[in-house]
Design a protein. Structure first.
Lengths: 87, 402
């Protein structure tokens, strides 16, 4: 478990894109697809190798006018690393 | 954010979405473009129709471009270029570039024959996302025997090239009684080649594989052993290579949810433009397959009789109709029901509630006893290799399916 990834980015197996037909962000990978909810999409868009989790939290809180989301973002990023989406 | 972050882990996989498709069919997500039935290999487990030689006309480049454009507009996101051997089309690079420009995730499903350094570079330039390379076994002897070619060394070279060009690679190996005992060695081969995924796909019995079912059917002991080997490797290698083990449903008591449901996510287009709700739908009697040359994909997906026929649950006979598990598997596979019973509207005989379940047991028992008897029965069940001459014989009626 790579808890020490400072600035996570998508593994090269995956592509993140918005699907008009589903009105949702999706992760595409060899012969498969994961449909993301809005929160997951918003977080993964910021996993570009140039954002720390703290920076993401800051941006997301500003963008959506909310507070206190750090624990949830951390949990999701951890989950995404476990799934192999982020490296 | 419209969802609270605590729900971010609540991800849904579209392919397990079981919303009722009758009222409002969801769009297709997965387009399989079978560019050609031509193939340099002669695999005895090929799912292509026995009489493919009957359908030797191929869509041209402009028609394929239109198919891709229309499928993407409907909502398809995953695209497989397959066949036959898609590399035999010299417009493959152009079609990949077009598809990638439309936003498809593009998968090339190939034997590797013809995948040169130059073509890999051109496909990379065109934006190809991923390559699935087939092997028949971990040994040269078995690989070359099962494909009736000398391609093992070539495939090894191609695997090295694919990685050198930086592609994600899925190794695919179809399993049956000849190579199930080699599963450990096949996994080692995938690891050595640096594959990100290994798809160990137990034979599904359609087309040539159906013709060869008694020769290919494994014993239950072989399957359970292979499963144990896979489980041990998964434990050992973690995320380094993901191993998919596709269980053969002949040994199950509930059928697979074929294609995640008829007309649910999968849209196949055969080389001649026939639109397929399932890989093997071409063989179903009484089903007129619409052709993409005559109709828009939207018409085909939402309105054609072929795609409506087995959508949802309304078409079901008993015992499915009153079964509380009918939404789980949607009655199983229509093509399998037809092959085993002669009637595509019956419950998939893999289900042990089906009155025809004994027919599955019969194939399993025959195959397994032949496997146990070993080489003595090789002449009783000789493999029929996929080849043009054999296919023409099936098409003309000179050869009879077994």
């Amino acid at each position: 478990m790579n808890d020490d990834i400072e600035m996570p980015r998508l593994d090269k197996l995956y592509r993140l894109q918005f699907e008009e037909a589903q009105k949702a962000w999706v992760l595409l990978y060899p012969e498969g697809m994961v449909k993301l909810n809005d929160s997951a999409g918003a977080i993964l868009q910021r996993c570009d190798g140039a954002h720390t989790v703290a920076m993401m939290v800051e941006e997301l809180q500003q963008a959506f006018g909310i507070e206190g989301i750090a624990p949830e973002v951390e949990i999701f990023v951890k989950h995404a690393i476990e799934r192999g989406w982020l490296v | 954010m419209s969802n609270t972050p605590s729900s971010v882990a609540g991800l849904s996989e579209p392919r397990v979405d079981s919303s009722s498709p009758i009222a409002q069919p969801a769009p297709p997500l997965w387009l399989l473009a079978e560019l050609t039935y031509r193939c340099p290999l002669h695999c005895a487990f090929c799912y292509n129709p026995l009489d493919y030689a009957r359908h030797d006309r191929e869509l041209d480049t402009a028609q394929w471009r239109r198919v891709l454009t229309e499928a993407r507009a409907l909502g398809a996101a995953q695209l497989g270029f397959s066949g036959g051997e898609p590399l035999l089309r010299d417009d493959l690079e152009e079609l990949v570039a077009h598809a990638r420009g439309l936003g498809f995730y593009t998968n090339l499903i190939t034997s590797g024959v013809g995948l040169t350094d130059a073509r890999l570079a051109a496909l990379r330039e065109a934006g190809l996302d991923h390559i699935q390379l087939s092997f028949q076994d971990s040994t040269r002897e078995m690989n070359d025997f099962l494909s009736s070619t000398r391609t093992f060394a070539l495939k090894q070279r191609v695997a090295t090239l694919i990685k050198a060009h930086g592609y994600p690679m899925v190794l695919n190996c179809v399993l049956h009684r000849y190579n199930l005992p080699h599963v450990g060695a096949i996994i080692e081969m995938a690891l050595e080649m640096g594959a990100e995924y290994l798809e160990l796909a137990n034979t599904q019995y359609y087309g040539w594989a159906w013709e060869n079912r008694l020769a290919l059917m494994p014993t239950e002991a072989q399957l359970r052993e292979a499963e144990a080997v896979v489980a041990a490797y998964r434990e050992k290698i973690g995320k380094r290579c993901r191993i998919l083990f596709v269980v053969p449903d002949y040994y199950e008591t509930r059928p697979k949810k074929c294609m995640n449901g008829w007309g649910s996510v999968f849209l196949g287009v055969a080389p001649d433009g026939a639109a397929l709700p399932c890989h093997a739908a071409r063989g179903l009697p009484g089903l007129t397959l619409p052709n993409v040359a005559d109709q828009s994909l939207s018409d085909i997906w939402y309105h054609s009789d072929a795609f409506q026929r087995f959508r949802g649950t309304a078409w079901m006979p008993e015992p499915c109709r009153s079964c509380d598990e009918r939404e789980n598997d949607l009655g199983g596979c229509r093509c399998q029901a037809f092959l085993l019973t002669g009637d595509p509207t019956r419950t998939d005989p893999v289900c042990d509630k089906s009155p025809d379940h004994a027919r599955v047991r019969e194939v399993v028992m025959h195959g397994a006893s032949a496997a146990l008897a070993g080489h003595a029965t090789a002449s009783e069940y000789p493999l029929v290799f996929r080849a043009d001459a054999a296919s023409r014989a099936f098409a003309s009626g000179d050869a009879k399916a077994r």
